[in-house]
Design a protein around this ligand. Structure first.
Ligand code: DAH
Length: 343
């Protein structure tokens, strides 16, 4: 029986070395310690062991059993630790900071630009007002000094409604309401959607966005207008941008100007974005016509103001390099994502 125990021990020692995983280890445990395992098997012969040797053999069996149990417990711990470590290493390869794979949308580039411009003006003390999309003929035309048979009514290709109202052709349509609301101390911007019955091409849409701005107070001058426009451009393009005024014509301003910005891409040297001229036509503007102030109950002899009508879509195109205004209303998701992120 002693020989058998020695044999079992050496069998265990070599099997134990091969225990590379927890399954194998369990097999080994069963093979040596299980009900039908080797130790129980030799114990069946214990009765035949002569009495004087029973104590010694009994001790040997217990010693071997303890050794096998200890070794197996030790190995089990070691294999479990290894397995945990492998799992942790694997987990490290999963980047939990990656965004979930869902179709997350983005803000429309126009929304982003408008917000940016609004933030700049708000930081300079302007209020942001809303305009209506359906306007009275009076607000859209008469109140801003466009008389009944003025060619501007045709120029703006108006969509007329059956009830005589219009889809507003410009954000200037809200000037009268806002001037009445704030009176002669007014600094407001009012972005909004405008509509004109235009033939569509890369530069023209029937539905487009403008951002109107007005400042009225005592002694407001053209230099105030230039200051605010330069600050706005600095906020949007994150650098100083030169501007220049050219004479323009609008019934609601006197004098009227076209404001050009020095090309943000080439710094004024001339490139494809500015058609080689170094200047980009940005924003019609001017000193508010006395009649417009009068129509809102403001005394033009005491107060003056400037107004501008920024083409918001044009600004988006400038900032994104987009060369066709029609993309902005197209609902083309990949394009919107591209520019939504780029801005
Ligand atoms: N409302 C004009 C248009 O859409 C743009 C404009 C020009 C607005 C001059 C102004 C301005 O406030 O002063 O054509």
């Amino acid at each position: 029986m002693k020989d058998k125990l020695i044999k079992i021990e050496s069998e265990f020692d070599s099997a134990y070395k091969e225990a590379k995983d927890l399954n194998l280890l369990e097999e080994i445990r069963l093979k040596f310690l299980g009900k039908k395992g080797s130790l129980n098997y030799v114990m069946a012969d214990f009765k035949q062991v002569p009495n004087e040797m029973k104590k010694e053999i009994g001790q040997l069996v217990n010693k071997l059993k303890n050794k096998i149990e200890e070794k197996i417990a030790e190995k089990k711990q070691e294999l479990e630790d290894k397995q945990n470590e492998a799992e942790i290493n694997n987990a490290k390869k999963i980047d939990l900071t990656l965004p979930a794979k869902t179709n997350v949308g983005s803000l429309h580039p126009r929304t982003l630009i408008l917000k940016e411009v609004e933030d700049v003006f708000v930081s300079m003390g302007f209020v942001v007002e809303d305009g209506f999309e359906i306007e009275t003929e009076y607000n859209n035309f008469d109140a801003v000094n466009v008389p009944a048979n003025h060619p501007a009514r045709d120029m703006q290709d108006t969509f007329w409604l059956d009830n005589g109202q219009v889809l507003k052709t410009h954000t200037s349509a809200a000037q009268n309401r806002i001037l009445k609301k704030y009176g002669p101390h007014c600094k407001a911007i009012f972005p909004g959607r405008c509509f004109r019955n235009e033939s569509l091409d890369a530069g023209h849409e029937n539905t487009f966005f403008q951002m109107e701005g007005i400042v009225v107070d005592e002694n407001v001058s053209v230099s105030n207008l230039l200051y605010f426009m330069k600050e706005m451009l600095k906020g949007v393009f994150k650098k100083d941008i030169n501007v220049r005024l050219r004479p323009g014509f609008f019934p609601f301003t006197e004098p009227s100007f076209e404001l050009d910005a020095s090309c943000a891409f080439c710094g004024g040297k001339g490139c494809s974005s500015c058609g080689g001229s170094g200047w980009i036509e940005l924003c019609p503007c001017g000193m508010i016509h006395p009649n417009v102030l009068r129509n809102a109950g403001i005394d033009p002899d005491k107060y003056s103001g400037f107004a501008f009508g920024l083409g918001a879509d044009r600004l988006v195109m400038l900032k994104t390099g987009l060369n066709d205004i029609r993309h902005l209303n197209s609902g083309n998701v990949s394009l919107l994502k591209q520019f939504g992120i780029k801005l």
